[in-house]
Design a binder for this molecule. Structure first.
Ligand SMILES: NC(=O)c1ccc[n+]([C@@H]2O[C@H](COP(=O)([O-])OP(=O)(O)OC[C@H]3O[C@@H](n4cnc5c(N)ncnc54)[C@H](OP(=O)(O)O)[C@@H]3O)[C@@H](O)[C@H]2O)c1
Length: 296
């Protein structure tokens, strides 16, 4: 396949690009960074205008977005979070419209924040949503992606949970205090943390690329846990002894709205459509994932 990817330099995108190259795809990475060098099967572009109109892409993969967890959600930060996602998706659509043949498929990221803060009811893709900034951000991102349907592309939206791998993302943070012998949980600890191992993210994106499915897909492991459950499980593997909850008001004072929407609340998301389509998660339970993450 010939694939163009945004966010292909990031925590999910870099290993995804490696995976695609290993299986024989050719990949164009759209990045703001001018320092990357082309390699066999791999090209970097800094401007979508540099893509020739005669190029045919089997698929676009759209992962670009400013990090949502870094710093308070000020008005300026919220604008950057929206613009980096919706703006990039609109730029991709403009490219697709300029190409002689639009891409056959678009796989576009979204997040479980789409559902907003929820209780412990399992949420499939058709679940009702709770209005808040993270819902509005994801909904605008998904709406921009779905506009590819008007030019005939098959659109898959992946609502990503908290992606776990050793070399970055939330896991490195979550593991830090546990390594020092202290297990922490946030607020009540009863809020759900819908996690997914990065290897399953990469395999699921490849599964959607190769298939004929379309629509929204929850990309979370089948067995989500509570925030405290996560901490207990990790501490069990690391043999931590001391438990130290971080009170909600401390989180709120430090991080404001981000703490309320991302850390002190959660959602119990289940990958109904991926499982119904026959996708087999390699890491179904947190215990399986932690064994792999903490091996060696
Ligand atoms: N990791 C998770 O747990 C998780 C969970 C839910 C959703 N997601 C979503 O999945 C996507 C990929 O996640 P990730 O963890 O791989 O993110 P990441 O490591 O932060 O990488 C994000 C990518 O987006 C691009 N980017 C950053 N700011 C941008 C901006 N202002 N304008 C245009 N592009 C920008 C960067 O590309 P260049 O610097 O090369 O331009 C970078 O490669 C993100 O959109 C994220 O919101 C991730």
């Amino acid at each position: 396949m010939n694939i163009l990817i945004t966010g292909g330099t990031g925590f999910i995108g870099s290993p995804l690009v490696r995976h695609l190259l290993e299986r024989g795809d050719t990949v164009t990475v759209y990045t703001r960074n001018p320092d990357f060098e082309d390699d066999v099967g791999l090209r970097y572009v800094n401007r979508l205008d540099d893509v020739s109109a005669s190029t045919f892409y089997d698929a676009f993969i759209n992962l670009a977005g400013e990090s949502i967890a870094e710093g308070r959600w000020t008005a300026a930060r919220k604008r950057a979070l929206v613009d980096s996602r919706v703006g990039t998706t609109e730029g991709l659509l403009a490219l697709a419209e300029r190409l002689e043949r639009p891409p056959s498929a678009l796989i576009s990221a979204s997040a479980i924040g789409y559902y907003g803060p929820q209780d412990d009811t399992p949420l499939g893709e058709e679940a009702t949503t709770v209005d808040c900034f993270s819902h509005q951000l994801c909904a605008a991102w998904e709406t921009a992606a779905r506009r590819f349907e008007t030019i005939g592309s098959r659109v898959c939206i992946v609502r990503l949970g908290v992606v776990l791998e050793r070399d970055g993302g939330a896991f490195a943070q979550l593991d830090k205090s546990v390594q020092m012998g202290v297990k922490t949980w946030l607020g009540s600890g009863r809020q759900y943390l819908s996690w997914v191992h990065r290897e399953d993210v990469i395999r699921a994106i490849a599964f959607l690329l190769d298939g004929k499915l379309s629509g929204a897909f929850n990309l979370t492991a089948p067995e989500p846990v509570t925030n405290r459950g996560f901490s207990e499980a990790l501490a069990g593997h690391r043999r931590s002894l001391i438990g130290l909850p971080v009170p909600g008001f401390v989180m709120r004072a430090a991080l404001g709205q981000l703490a309320d929407e991302l850390l002190l609340t959660g959602q119990r998301v289940v990958p109904e459509r991926l499982e119904a389509a026959g996708f087999a998660f390699e890491y179904r339970s947190l215990d399986q994932a932690l064994c792999a993450l903490l091996a060696s």
